[in-house]
Write a protein of this length. Structure first.
Length: 362
């Protein structure tokens, strides 16, 4: 039976966006239809051009909450985030109404929510008969066997509460994972492989002599510049979302900052020696697929847990700043995990099975 899906996507970073691109292509290839894609937006965040080029369904944006940066523009300021969003709650009511009305008028058989809080709030406050399925690595944190490090990361309880809000009313959650795990039926969680695009899987991978990187917040560029001054002989190619700097900001012959462009980002990753990142789940998975050693520098609590999980899987090391010496030392003895590719290749059949069977975990 042909099914129609409406996607609602958290627009911060590139991970949720690339997951939506991959899933839309998969559903279309199996004869289904994505009738629309709604993306949350916020001040200071611009929807990357690559997203509009890659998707087929019409895209609508709506105002959504986001983490607000501290003065250093590195980690978010939780006090600032809570204060500003609490004062501005009224401005999100139109977003909830827009999501509600779009779901009702879309003719969709199901909504697929990529960790967008406004979706959960819409299902919490409005009467909607269309089932919603939630997708994200964050849902794995609620799995009974995950072993959430509550003592090490005090903010993890708040993260789990936030995650619970995003999946309000969901028939099930598809928890993206670095490795295979059993379903957690008590919490309605099916564990699924990462949604890697065909472009990633088909990339020709080589080992170059430069370090590739991505930072969610441009404040981390200070770390990179400081390390570069001490090690100018190591070529660094970093991506960021600093639109004011233009497409490429060339500092000198061995350091360049690139405006995030998905195709160029993957091309640079495929040819690098090692990868440094603010620990977003999607790019970490892409690096694991390509067999690249990883340095993870989390920029918020969600990425703290991503880094914790990836480190215990042997994918990389984590630090509170871009200490690229730590990365290069780790790269010396690094060996890629061959089992990850088998897990990732199973994604297509698993996702189709879960999204065609909405009444239970398949």
């Amino acid at each position: 039976m042909v099914m129609k899906y409406l996607f609602i996507v958290q627009g911060e970073g590139r991970g949720h966006l690339t997951q939506a691109i991959t899933l839309e292509k998969l559903l279309i290839s199996r004869g289904h239809e994505v009738v629309g894609i709604m993306v949350g937006k916020s001040p200071g965040r611009k929807l990357p051009d690559f997203f509009g080029r890659e998707v087929h369904a019409p895209v609508t944006q709506f105002e959504s909450m986001n983490f607000l940066p501290s003065a250093s523009n590195r980690r978010p300021s939780m006090l600032k985030t809570v204060a500003v969003n609490a004062v501005s709650l009224h401005k999100y009511i139109p977003s909830i109404r827009l999501i509600r009305d779009t779901i009702r008028s879309s003719g969709a058989d199901a909504v697929v929510n990529f960790y967008e809080l406004m979706t959960g709030l819409t299902y919490m406050f409005c009467r909607i008969d269309v089932p919603v399925v939630c997708i994200g690595h964050q849902y794995l944190f609620r799995h009974s066997d995950f072993g959430m490090p509550y003592k090490k990361y005090p903010g993890s309880r708040a993260l789990n509460f936030f995650t619970k809000l995003t999946c309000a009313g969901a028939v099930k959650c598809l928890a993206l994972s670095f490795r295979k795990m059993d379903a957690d039926y008590a919490h309605g969680i099916a564990v699924v492989p990462p949604l890697l695009r065909r472009e990633v899987m088909d990339m020709e991978v080589t080992e170059g002599d430069y370090v590739h990187g991505y930072m969610l917040n441009k404040g981390f560029s200070k770390d990179v510049l400081e390390w570069h001054r001490e090690h100018p002989e190591v070529e660094l190619r970093f991506f960021w979302d600093n639109w004011e700097a233009g497409k490429v900001m060339k500092v000198d012959e061995t350091l360049s900052f690139y405006l995030i462009d998905d195709h160029e980002f993957l091309k640079q990753m495929a040819g690098c020696q090692a990868y440094a990142s603010t620990a977003g789940f999607e790019s970490v998975c892409e690096a694991i697929w390509m067999g690249k050693p990883i340095l993870m520098v989390p920029s918020h609590i969600e990425q703290d847990i991503n880094a914790f999980d990836a480190s215990r899987s042997g994918a990389g090391v984590s630090c509170d700043k871009f200490d690229l010496s730590l990365l290069l030392d780790f790269a010396d003895g690094f060996k890629a995990d061959p089992g990850f590719r088998d897990w990732a290749r199973s994604a297509q059949d698993i996702f189709i099975r879960e999204l065609e069977n909405l009444d239970k975990i398949a």
